[in-house]
Design a protein around this ligand. Structure first.
Ligand code: ADP
Ligand code: MG
Length: 476
């Protein structure tokens, strides 16, 4: 059951203004639920609850006990994964199979962080003998989490789990397009015994509830995943109260394929890398940088594979579901028009599939002969659209890959290990993947260079976002 209210201090509450907003099933454009339209007063109540919880029962738990609670939450998510996946598919549009995959990721994320709760240790510092000097890792305090809609519960737990592990308390503002699984998650957290106020969820719009969370003086850190534009606003607003921010802001990621690559494996990666989640992934392969000698063969094989993809409502488990919202639909279709105007060759797709009257569907699309500086090769489209281009020399491939304002991830397919590592050194991205895309998962840190943001999430690095290092010096 889902209550469709805000979750503040362990209680379900309407927004103080009484206002609500609707969330839509992107496959049918039908309203599936309405939720509170939270504003600054709701955020204030949530933050105060989280601040009080920082001083209550939660702060007295041993780290291992905190870890145990997070493990229990992992078991609860696992037990409800089918239900959560259905909710995610209804709200976000993604194929049910993928939503189930997301829930496995949520469970792993909770487990990884739960296991780390009693392994966070400070250092002893080598000062002269008349001193003892050491560090404590203290929780940062109340943390604000502003989450996008592409992996609603996945992105939420990616930052909530390490925050809880570190002993912080949380105010979560899910994306307005996909608020439902966060509310169910909160309910399950309460059922496993997370103390009141430790996790609070306020639904609402970015400029209202999101901005209020960033501005609130009792919030001691913000984690944000979303657009560069909003990231800049958040960073600027956080300056007023000197809040640290962790920003993951998308990408325009290149896969470079050399002639000695295992081309079938590279093709598998492209299929997963740009068409999974309807291309709505920050680390998607949105640029395909192909060596001239294999370009024609590669693009033809890709065309053959992509032409077999099925598009449809997420509940019927197609390869590709709809885009999340009307706004995204318009945005992606505008880029399709732009690609054609810029003279790129449309190998496949480029429009709306004919068979649907309703729903935010888009055809999987391959653009070829794209100029590296064309807008469709420079800007994040966030849809199932790949832009192919060619190179001759290694230097040229690196220049193309690095020649965008983003720096989230990149990949290289080659059997030449020396070349692979040389490129890994030169590529300006937070992740470099050799001979397989999306290597990593919960243990490996992820984050951006350049305008893709800063700070690292996942892994042990992800927990460090939520600790404060206190140094204690003693003269003996
Ligand atoms: P998109 O435009 O693709 O929806 P955004 O980066 O705007 O991506 O949104 C990601 C998250 O940021 C959402 O939860 C949204 O509500 C929130 N958000 C949007 N604008 C602001 C803002 N000015 N301050 C804080 N949060 C915001
Ligand atoms: Mg926006």
């Amino acid at each position: 059951m889902i209550r469709n209210q805000n979750f503040v201090d362990g209680k379900w509450a309407a927004s103080r203004s009484g206002k609500r907003f609707e969330t839509v099933n992107p496959a049918t454009e039908e309203v599936i639920a309405d939720v509170p339209r939270g504003d600054a007063s709701d955020i204030d109540a949530a933050v105060r609850a989280a601040d009080a919880a920082m001083k209550g029962e939660w702060s007295k738990l041993a780290p291992a006990e905190r870890g145990r609670l997070i493990f229990k939450l992992a078991r609860a998510i696992e037990a409800h994964s089918e239900e959560l996946a259905r909710l995610e598919t209804a709200d976000n549009g993604k194929p049910l199979r993928d939503a189930l995959g997301d829930m496995e990721g949520v469970v792993s994320t909770l487990e990884f962080n739960a296991g780390a709760a009693d392994k966070l240790q400070g250092d002893t510092i080598a000062l002269p003998k008349q001193y003892v000097d050491f560090t404590w890792l203290e929780p940062l305090g109340v943390t604000g989490h502003i989450i996008p809609w592409n992996f609603p519960l996945g992105m939420a737990t990616r930052s909530i789990a390490p925050a809880l592990t570190a002993g912080c308390t949380v105010v979560l503002k899910p994306a307005e397009q996909t608020p439902l699984t966060a509310l169910r998650f909160a309910e399950l957290a309460q059922e496993v015994g997370l103390p009141d106020g430790v996790l609070n969820v306020v639904t609402g719009f970015g400029p209202e509830s999101g901005a209020a969370l960033v501005e609130h003086p009792l919030v001691r850190g913000i984690t944000f995943t979303g657009s560069v534009e909003t990231g800049k606003l958040i960073m600027r607003a956080a300056a007023a109260t000197i809040k640290p921010v962790v920003l993951e802001l998308g990408g325009k990621n290149a896969l470079i394929v050399f002639p000695d690559a295992d081309l079938n494996k590279a093709l598998d990666d492209v299929m997963e890398g740009i068409f999974h989640n309807c291309g709505q992934v920050c680390s998607a392969i949105s640029r395909l940088v192909l060596h001239r000698d294999i370009h024609d063969e590669f693009v033809e094989c890709l065309r053959a594979r992509v032409s077999k993809l099925t598009v449809g409502p997420g509940m019927s488990n197609p390869d590709i579901g709809p885009l999340v919202s009307e706004e995204q639909y318009t945005r992606v279709h505008n880029y399709l028009a732009l690609g054609k105007e810029n003279g790129a060759r449309v190998v496949l797709g480029g429009g709306r599939p004919k068979e649907f009257e309703k729903g935010y569907f888009v055809e999987p699309t391959i653009f070829d002969r794209v100029s590296p500086d064309a807008r469709i090769a420079q800007e994040e489209i966030f849809g199932p659209v790949v832009a192919a281009m060619t190179f001759e020399t290694e230097d040229e491939a690196v220049a193309i890959a690095n020649g965008v304002p983003y720096g989230l991830s990149s990949g290289v397919h080659t059997q030449n290990i020396t070349r692979a590592l040389r490129l890994a050194r030169r590529l300006q991205t937070g992740s470099v993947w050799i001979n397989e895309w999306y290597i990593g998962g919960v243990q490996a840190p992820t984050g951006g260079y350049k305008e893709s943001g800063f700070g690292r999430e996942r892994g042990l690095a992800g927990i460090m976002n939520y600790v404060q290092v206190k140094n204690v010096g003693i003269r003996i």
